[in-house]
Each structure stands twice: as structure tokens, then as C-alpha cells.
Design a protein. Sequence first.
Length: 285
Amino acid sequence: MKPPAFDYASPSSIAEAVDLLGSRNGNAKVLAGGQSLMPMLAFRLAAPELLVDLKQLKGLDRIDIGADGVRLGAKVRWRDIEADQRLATAHPLLCEAIKHVAHYQIRNRGTVGGSLAHADPSAEMPGVAITCDAELTIVGRAGTRVAKAADFFLGALETSLAPDEILTEVRLPPWPAARRWGFLEFARRKGDFAMAGIALHYDLDNDGRIVDAHVGAIGVADRPLRLPTVERVLNGGVLDEALIAAASTALRQSIDPPTDIHAPGAYRASLAATLLARALAKSAA
């Protein structure tokens, strides 16, 4: 299929891009990597009057690692993350999650900001953002604001971005060297969207007990989920088979996945519980 007709602009500054977005009363879209937007245009699932291409904007493709954590510009591509060897220690959970993003061709073009703004509930980057308490920098006509990931995702393909706003950066908090973590997802075929996925991390106190557990899930709701019920089960415990079983039970009781053409809701819930158990067991190693 062919996309509908649209106007095209390639601004040279963020301010110009914001003005262009605001000029069409919500009928303009940002074009970054285009790996989600272009198929939607082809299938007439989106029909904006204007595409605002960010290709000329400078400084949005940086990966900065410092005392305040990892900062990823909105135009950072998945392949940039794969190629940056610093991230193996600065944020191993991010690196592991990116391995599951689609196929090589998509990772060569798809961007961090595009994935977050698209807000597919089965996508890996929104799951990482929710799990890791990410902060998102957003620029619009009213100025710059910082949104917590927990407040950014409102539903399937729906975020708190206003029509004239652009996501410019995501910050992931500092990652202690001794932190334990895990990421697992299941798809029918490698590279497909996850039917369910689990991201988690936690620290250990001097007695080997779990503290500050973070557990997130993708593919089981209309947005990525943080699972505080599961976190409460883990916090203060020693990771063993009994604790893993209790956490899996808590997960089953705290989610209600939808049934769709890909899988029944009950299957997704069971799958998520299994992935949680395996991710926790893997994190112990």
C-alpha cells in the first residue's frame, strides 16, 4: 500500500521542529528512524498532514555516561547501543534488552526516542524505562520539562507528549557494579514483538537479602507495567526456590493480560510468571 499524501519538513533546530509540530493542530508527526511510523503510513493507520524529520538536528545521537547515570539522546539507534562497549558495565540490562529488538535491519535505523514515543506495550525500551525509573526530557513551545517514565505511558500507543512536544533524551539512573539483573522475553519468532517479557534488577545487603527490587513487564497490558506487588515479595528475602515461587504467584495475581489473536490472556499470565522465575534464577548467577 501507499501512504497518504503529506507535507514534509526537515528543521535545523529543535525550536524550529517544535514550531512546525505546533502549526498543524495535532496533525503533524515526528519522523526519526521511521521503523514504526512508515509501516503505519503504508497501512493508512496514520495520516498526518506533516512529517517533521529530525535528521538534521544535532546532539540527539549522543550516549553520555557519568555520575548521574546513562543519558541517551532520542536519535540514538539500537546499533549505537550495541556498539558502545561502555554500556556492558554502565547498564547491562539495557544491553540485554536491545538484543531482543526486532532484526538487524530495524536495529540499524530504529531509535530510542522513536520507541518511547510510539509506546508499543510489547516494546523493550519502554519496559526498561519503566523498570529503571527513567526520566525523559521533553521540549515543547512551553519550554523543557522532565517526565518520569511511570507518568509518560498512558496506554497502547499513547503517551503524555503534547502535539507540539519532542522527546529529546532519556536518563537511566546510575548502575552499581554489584547489581543483579535479568531480562527475558518470549516471541513466536526471533525478532517478533514479545508475547510477554520481564525486566528486573535488585541489590543485595550485607546479609545477602534483596533490597530495592525493581520488576517490570511488557506484553501483558496496554502499557509497560511496574509490578510493586512482586517487588514487595522480593524485598528483604533471600533468593531461593521458595522466594521465586512466591514472586511468580504474586505476578499472576497482579496482572490481567488481554486475550487477542496471538494468545489467550491466561497464557500470557502463565508465560510472564515463568519468565519471571527464569529471570530471577538467571540473576543469581
